[in-house]
Design a protein around this ligand. Structure first.
Ligand SMILES: NC(=O)C1=CN([C@@H]2O[C@H](COP(=O)(O)OP(=O)(O)OC[C@H]3O[C@@H](n4cnc5c(N)ncnc54)[C@H](O)[C@@H]3O)[C@@H](O)[C@H]2O)C=CC1
Ligand SMILES: O=C(O)C(=O)COP(=O)(O)O
Length: 527
């Protein structure tokens, strides 16, 4: 196996590189590259580790011929073009918890900075002014904190705010009443939050639903004298409207750690009284940076070395323990999907993946993804394990997974059943010997075959002399036969054959076989 190579493209704790090296992954650290510089070198790397500065987009991924994984040492992944990564089969993973406490603490720090005007008081005092009467603050005790987004960071902020004897009202469509009760906070709608909050703090990702959530209209609905903290993402607040409302005195203070444009080297907000800014420092503590560096390096090394998937945003998780066990099944799944995909002619409406015996004890999601990738490969060049479930769902294909704990004839079995307008057909396979994928059933007919290379598929009436006729037709065309695999339903009924051949099967040769007496269907297959 070649040694995988990772590029660390943003400033990260040295722990990340240390772990990659310990795990036997080659690593280069090149923070601060321009997009063009990154495009020029990315083809060399199997993994790309980033924070928020590097923005892996479709152009970068198009140049990333070997790239298998992008690791975000942090939480927000709005800087990564996930659909582009999925389209190329690149797994995107983040570290969802490593910096949450640190970011919540930064929000609380900014809350106090606003309540007591700490930055302005500091600047004035150090300028020798001693303006004691200028800086009249407000207490936070007894005040209402409006929390927009009550996920990991939002919940930590809530617990700290409750410790400060604040009341917390949260707007989060995914927050249940029960969870709100457990957290000791009140679940409210956005309008209520805007009307009631003395302080507002944002903790949502930047999505189409949250973009501009504090729009001019919503900012105007807030209580006069409100103070606003944004440690989540630029783009959640209308910055021009915020500036106007600070100028008018409606908003008493605003502290932004994040900006629509980063790095934010200039902004109309800079210099506005009551405005506090930090340069995207939410995650910047020694503790958080060590956490996320260790976590991202471990996760990326695991994936590159063992196939284990943790905290991926575009593919199911596979534990380090399961990864080696699942590997041969994924190969089997892809082959069975590919076989089914080449044999069905109508649009597929439903795919059922059934696991029996040993396979039924493993996570089926990755196996299903591999089946779907194989199934759709004949009709789509861009399909892969990462994007296959999404493409299948977009095409209206229903997907079902069934487990049978009891073994049947085989110690382990994977069956793929495909429904189309024309009916239902299924194929099944197992693992032989040294985990070799093997077909054992084709359309309900018992048949053993190794699915590889070029194969001829023939469905025919079961009658004497047919096998010889196929053999001699191939022979006359100069096509050498590798293996001949046969199966039939009853005696003299329906028969199927899968013939592995050393050469390609031309269209005229397929027609010639098709014209043999008793042939019902014939296809050239590729694995
Ligand atoms: N300033 C910084 O350095 C850092 C910023 N962040 C940002 O903080 C964000 C939140 O992080 P976590 O709490 O870990 O994420 P999370 O996923 O645990 O929580 C996000 C919450 O937002 C809620 N949400 C989603 N759409 C919403 C909507 N339309 N309205 C209201 N709530 C909505 C979700 O239900 C969820 O509870 C990240 O996405 C990231 O952008 C994270 C770390 C550091
Ligand atoms: O983890 C996040 O979402 C952050 O915003 C932290 O960003 P950073 O890694 O400090 O560039």
């Amino acid at each position: 196996m070649t040694v995988p190579k990772v590029l660390i493209a943003d400033k990260m704790s040295p722990k990340a590189a240390e772990i990659f090296r310990q795990r036997g992954v080659e690593v280069d650290e090149k923070p601060g590259l321009s997009k063009d510089e990154l495009i020029a070198i990315i083809a060399d790397y199997d993994g790309l580790a980033v924070r928020s500065a590097t923005k892996p987009d479709a152009d970068i991924m198009a140049a990333a011929e070997k790239l298998k994984v992008i690791g975000r040492a942090g939480i927000g992944v709005d800087n990564v073009d996930i659909p582009a990564a999925s389209a190329r089969g690149i797994v995107v993973m983040n570290t969802p918890f490593g910096n949450s406490i640190t970011t919540a603490e930064h929000a609380i720090a900014l809350l106090f900075a606003l309540a007591r005007q700490l930055p302005e008081a500091d600047a004035s005092t150090q300028a020798g002014k001693w303006e004691k009467s200028r800086f009249m603050g407000v207490e936070v005790t007894g005040k209402t904190l409006g929390l927009i987004g009550a996920g990991n960071i939002g919940s930590i902020v809530a617990s700290r705010a409750l410790g400060l004897r604040m009341k917390v009202a949260a707007f989060d469509p995914f927050l249940t009443e029960e969870r709100a009760r457990d957290l000791g906070i009140e679940k409210v709608d956005l309008d209520t939050l805007l009307k009631r909050a003395d302080f507002i703090t944002l903790h949502t990702p930047l999505t189409d639903q949250t973009r501009n959530i504090l729009s001019r209209e919503n900012l105007e609905k807030t209580k006069k004298g409100v103070r606003i903290v944004n440690c989540a993402r630029g783009g959640l607040i209308d910055e021009a409207a915020l500036k106007d409302l600070l100028d008018s005195g409606h908003v008493a203070g605003a502290a932004l750690d994040v900006f629509t444009q980063e790095p934010a080297k200039e902004s109309p907000l800079f210099g506005t009284p009551g405005f506090v800014a930090t340069p995207h420092l939410g995650a910047s503590t020694t503790e958080a940076q060590v956490n996320v560096a260790i976590q991202v390096a471990e996760q990326m090394a695991d994936y590159l070395l063992t196939g284990a998937v943790t905290n991926a945003l575009n593919t199911p998780s596979v534990s380090a323990e399961e990864a080696p066990k699942l590997k041969p099944y994924m190969a089997l799944a892809e082959k069975l999907g590919l076989l089914a995909g080449q044999l069905v002619e109508e649009g597929v409406t439903r795919v059922t993946v059934e696991a029996e015996g040993a396979l039924a004890e493993l996570g089926l999601k990755p196996v299903t993804s591999a089946v779907l990738a194989g199934l759709m490969k004949p009709v789509s060049d861009s399909v892969n394990m990462v994007n296959a479930p999404v493409i299948a769902r977009d095409r209206g294909i229903d997907i079902a997974e069934v487990r049978h704990e009891k073994e049947g004839d085989y110690h382990t079995l994977l069956r793929v059943t495909v429904e189309t307008g024309a009916g239902t057909r299924s194929v099944a396979g197992t693992l032989f010997g040294d985990n070799n994928p093997r077909l054992v059933e084709l359309f309900g007919i018992g048949m053993e075959a190794d699915l590889s290379g070029t194969m001829l598929y023939v469905e025919n009436e079961d009658k004497p002399g047919f096998i010889g006729a196929v053999g001699s037709t191939l022979g006359k065309a100069g096509v050498n036969i590798g293996t001949f695999n046969l199966g039939r339903r009853g005696n003299g009924g329906e028969a199927v054959m899968l013939v592995s051949v050393d050469e390609n099967i031309s269209e005229p040769l397929l027609w010639e076989i098709c014209r043999l007496d008793g042939v019902r269907d014939v296809k050239a297959l590729r694995f």
